[in-house]
Design a protein around this ligand. Structure first.
Ligand code: HEC
Ligand code: HEC
Length: 366
């Protein structure tokens, strides 16, 4: 299935490139001789002449660009325009444990911004230690998705942000008025809400809490070396990652995991080809439509190597096993261990850069 593109060129060039993050192309071309020799040794059938390898990376980049896309810097919402004041307020509220009934939980408890926006737990403990039945997805790049939650029950990040604060197994606040009362009781918030929502007479309200958090989340993007590659820096990926990208494309993963977030844009049945056992009704709970049973929002694969465990219930521990299950249940194919490993290697290149200054916990008002 996989043409021998670059998987045979490991030795010289990957070292050169790793030491050269600016990624000049010379290193790639210079490794051609090593490539053909090791290819013969390893018994690969080279169908592409080593000299044309740079062009082949280019071909693959073109192919990838047709299905995937460079991550934008933000996911703007015209109805909730960015201002620095609103984003600063949103960041505070994101870390605000006083919006939980036990004063201990914030958005960051389950979506830790320094841990790629997750808690790495199968399911997350809420204010009473009780767990919901779904895995916490990452907040990074989530604003690009077609909708929010595994079943897409919230239209966007602003709507989503209203949920967890009042969710009895999450932050557990009794109702929106109570949250507003708490925030009004913290004097320092009044000027901050006024600056973030200057047109509002009474800016501390639950909608504005959600707008501020949403604006902050809309900036949580993690560009990676894969974006560098798509953007034209052809040697931003290692040989093994390039080979893995080809396996990923050849396998048909992009029929569901597509676009800039590499997922998040459509709904699909878990177990489309070979059924998958799950008690979760997925989108059926939103639509009450029989055909939506076990249908979920296709997750984004950005930062996926960091956001395990996997699936809506966090039931799968390793990325290799997840990829293997995907191929079987979603595509009806049994991938070889090598192909699974190759895809996993490519997926590693989707691990992005976290803007630690932007996400740092701010001083919260008194
Ligand atoms: C107790 C853990 C917990 C807390 C606290 C929590 N979340 Fe979540 N979050 C989850 C879980 C679990 C899901 C998935 C639930 C589902 O899909 O049914 C989720 C889903 C999301 C999603 C959807 C992402 C996607 O890809 O669909 C976003 C965005 C999000 N949370 C943001 C927030 C924000 C903002 C806060 C604070 C206001 C917050 N969360 C607080 C556990 C938590
Ligand atoms: C027919 C659509 C479809 C295809 C094709 C598909 N996937 Fe998925 N993928 C999904 C859905 C839906 C989920 C969510 C499953 C769940 O947890 O309920 C998912 C989940 C995943 C996850 C776990 C994400 C997470 O955050 O837990 C990974 C990793 C993944 N897919 C990788 C792949 C790879 C690699 C391929 C190709 C071999 C592939 N997928 C093919 C629809 C698809």
């Amino acid at each position: 299935m996989r043409r021998a593109i670059a998987g045979t060129r490991k030795t010289a060039s990957s070292h050169t490139r790793r030491a050269d993050p600016a990624g000049r192309r010379g290193a790639v071309v210079g490794a051609a001789a090593v490539a053909s020799a090791s290819a013969l040794l390893l018994g690969f059938a080279l169908t592409v002449a080593p000299a044309s390898e740079a062009a082949t990376r280019e071909e693959l980049q073109t192919r990838a660009k047709a299905l995937l896309a460079v991550l934008p810097e933000a996911a703007p919402n015209p109805e909730n325009p960015f201002t620095p004041e609103k984003i600063d307020l949103g960041r505070m509220l994101y870390y605000e444990t006083r919006m939980s009934i036990n004063n201990k939980l914030s958005c960051n408890s389950c979506h830790d911004l320094l841990r790629y926006g997750v808690d790495n737990e199968p399911t997350s403990p809420g204010h009473e230690g009780k767990r919901g039945n779904r895995n916490s997805p990452t907040v990074y790049n989530a604003a690009l998705h077609v909708s929010q939650f595994w079943d897409g029950r919230a239209g966007d990040v602003e709507e989503q942000a209203k949920g967890p604060v009042l969710n009895p197994v999450e932050m557990g606040m009794p109702d929106a008025d109570y949250v507003v009362k708490v925030l009004r009781g913290i004097d320092g918030y009044a000027p901050l809400f006024a600056a973030a929502f200057p047109a509002d007479d009474d800016p501390i309200n639950y909608d504005n809490v959600a707008r501020a958090i949403g604006a902050f989340e809309r900036k949580l993007m993690t560009p990676s070396r894969f974006d560098d590659f798509l953007g034209g820096q052809l040697d931003a990926l290692s040989d093994a990652e390039v080979a893995g990208l080809e396996t990923f494309l050849d396998s048909g993963c992009t029929s569901c995991h597509m676009g800039a977030p590499v997922g998040g844009l459509i709904y699909q049945k878990l177990g489309l080809i070979h059924s998958y056992e799950t008690a979760d009704l997925g989108r059926y709970e939103v639509s009450q439509n029989e055909a939506d049973k076990a249908v979920f929002k296709v997750p984004s694969l950005r930062n996926i190597e960091k956001t395990g465990p996997y699936f809506h219930d966090g039931s799968v521990g390793t990325l290799a096993e997840t990829v293997d299950l995907m191929a079987w249940h979603q595509l009806g194919r049994k991938l070889s261990d090598d192909d699974v490993q190759s895809i996993v290697t490519f997926l590693g290149s989707l691990t992005g850069r976290i803007d630690e200054e932007f996400v740092a916990k701010p001083v919260l008002p008194e």
